[in-house]
Design a protein around this ligand. Structure first.
Ligand code: ITT
Length: 193
């Protein structure tokens, strides 16, 4: 079975990856390989950051690996928070701080359209491949739901009536930006074998 290191410090992403890939792939965390340094993330685009994170871990370990960079793009905010999604409310901010900042900026706006974009960069046998997943939806007026992470309590995917945080993990993963990008990667890997 193919084994890949997931170049992330976000344990929520790691859990989703393991849920999505099931027993089709062995996904190792940075903790599994004893790596605990910061991964640089300084590019101006989501794709640039995904490539930078994967290259960094590949250069340090020489092992097959992948990274995920994700952004929430809100139409009425000209695509913000976008590539700045992780630290939108400032260095060291919490998920709740980011959510509150978005809700405040959207106060009184009727156009609630938004999308999540996830770019995965895979480095396999020294070659680099990119996969993208996207889900459109809307930003709610208030947070709801207990599951998920990040902006999940304020994002309702199209065709659904509850936020990502209000639905079970298998439902989110079946619809989500990350689920879509990961399935593209799995399909690509299955053709190699
Ligand atoms: P790594 O770079 O270590 O993977 P990170 O949290 O910094 O972790 P990103 O740069 O991709 O990851 O940050 C994107 C931010 O967007 C993340 O911190 C969350 O707040 C949010 N986010 C990412 N995926 C999400 C999802 O599936 N649902 C809701 N919010 C998400």
């Amino acid at each position: 079975m193919i084994s890949l290191i997931f170049a992330t410090n976000n344990l929520h992403k790691l859990r989703e990856l393991q849920e999505i890939t099931g027993n089709t792939l062995t996904v190792k965390s940075l903790a599994d390989i004893g790596f605990d340094s910061e991964i640089p993330e300084t590019q101006p685009t989501i794709e640039g950051n995904a490539r930078q994170k994967a290259r960094f871990i590949y250069e340090k370990t020489g092992m097959d690996c992948f990274a995920d960079d994700t952004g929430l793009e809100i139409s009425a905010l000209e695509g913000r928070p976008g590539v700045y999604s992780a630290r939108y409310a400032g260095e060291g901010c919490s998920f709740a701080d980011n959510v509150n900042k978005v809700l405040k900026e959207m106060q009184g706006l009727d156009d609630r359209r938004a999308c999540f974009r996830c770019v995965i960069c895979l480095i396999y046998k020294g070659n680099e491949f990119v996969f993208e997943g996207r889900i459109d939806g809307e930003i709610t007026l208030d947070p709801s739901g207990e599951d998920g992470f990040g902006y999940d309590p304020v994002f309702i995917p199209e065709g659904q009536s509850q936020t990502f945080a209000g639905m079970p993990a298998y439902l989110k993963n079946g619809l989500s930006h990350r689920g879509r990008a990961v399935h593209k990667m799995l399909q690509f890997l299955s053709r190699l074998e």
